[in-house]
Design a binder for this molecule. Structure first.
Ligand code: NAD
Length: 294
């Protein structure tokens, strides 16, 4: 069993750390929020007030933080205070440039490191069924894999440093664009007098088939557990989709890639958030299309 420091005990980090503790690992948790530390202590996680304290004897350090700036700042402290030989894993969704910078900091301090963002949301974090997409050396991946398997159901080594984040933002750009496509089709179908059920039955078994349609259908009815059936309570909040679309656009800008659909999707989700809908499920974007606002 390993000694693990887990930094960032929010909506995702807390259940992930709890699954490691449940598996018998000794987990030291750290967060700037007192409430998070209190919740962690009830789940078998030893609360640490400071990062230095949490990482002092840890063999593995895992971070699950909001954005790149948080990761860089926290990894600076980790690199200065982690025990010799520790493996550093960042599971946050952040920009590829920050992920690569974090790897460079770790390497300079002689630590193995991995970027390992996740897909699967808070439900997957609680159930231990996340998908991990990892970037880093074969050695770092081999060491991390048994622990990632405690928190996830599918673990993919995508390549060198930053490749996990690259896979994550490319996947989520597909998701943002495909959801808009499905929403447009349902909004058009409504205008044409087509029932939701008929469109779903045809498209879900035809060339329009995709996850946004068959697992996350943006209208109530065809997929009974999709957020549309509970007034778009998330699920995956529109503000998180917007964050990931922005990361994709940052990456497109820095690499010179052409992503006109991703750019348009970012603009549409940005408008939705400005209107105060950032906390609703991202499939609620169908309302913006119905209202002729785009
Ligand atoms: P969250 O805001 O609930 O949790 C982040 C935690 O980090 C908070 O508890 C916060 O107090 C803590 N924190 C911030 N700065 C810190 C610091 N300097 N030291 C210690 N703790 C600090 O966010 P979340 O929903 O858990 O998401 C975490 C990451 O996972 C994000 O990058 C997000 O994009 C990604 N993600 C989220 C989901 C989801 O469905 N929520 C799904 C996939 C990926």
């Amino acid at each position: 069993m390993a000694r693990i420091a887990f930094i960032g005990l929010g909506n995702m980090g807390l259940p992930m750390a709890a699954n490691l503790a449940k598996d018998g690992h000794q987990v030291f948790g750290c967060d700037v929020s007192e409430a998070a530390l209190e919740a962690a202590s009830k789940l078998g996680i030893a609360p640490a007030k400071a990062i230095e304290e949490a990482v002092a004897s840890a063999e593995v350090v895992i971070t699950m933080l909001p954005a790149g700036a948080h990761v860089i700042s926290v990894w600076r402290t980790i690199a200065d205070h982690a025990a010799k030989g520790a493996l550093l894993i960042d599971c946050s969704t952040i920009d590829v440039d920050s992920a690569r910078k974090a790897h460079t900091m770790a390497e300079a301090a002689s630590f193995l490191s991995l970027d390992a963002p996740v897909s699967g949301g808070t439900g997957g974090a609680s159930a231990g069924t996340l998908t991990f997409m990892a970037g880093g050396t074969v050695e770092a991946f081999a060491r991390a894999k048994p622990l990632l398997e405690v928190m996830g159901a599918k673990i993919v080594h995508c390549g060198e440093a930053g490749a996990g984040q690259a896979a994550k933002i490319c996947n989520n750009m597909i998701l943002g664009i495909s959801m808009l496509g499905v929403c447009e089709a349902f909004a058009l179908g409504e205008r044409l007098g087509l029932s939701h059920e008929a469109l779903f039955e045809v498209a879900s078994t035809s060339s329009g088939q995709c996850w946004s349609l068959t697992s996350y259908c943006p209208v109530p009815g065809p997929v009974p557990n999709s957020p549309a059936n509970r007034d778009y309570a998330p699920g995956f909040a529109a503000q998180l989709m917007l964050k990931d679309l922005k990361l994709a656009q940052d990456a497109a800008l820095s690499t010179g890639a052409s992503t006109p659909m991703g750019a348009q999707a970012q603009q549409i989700y940005s408008l939705f958030e400005k209107q105060g809908h950032g906390g609703r499920d991202f499939s609620a974007i169908i309302e913006l299309l119905r209202d002729h606002q785009v």
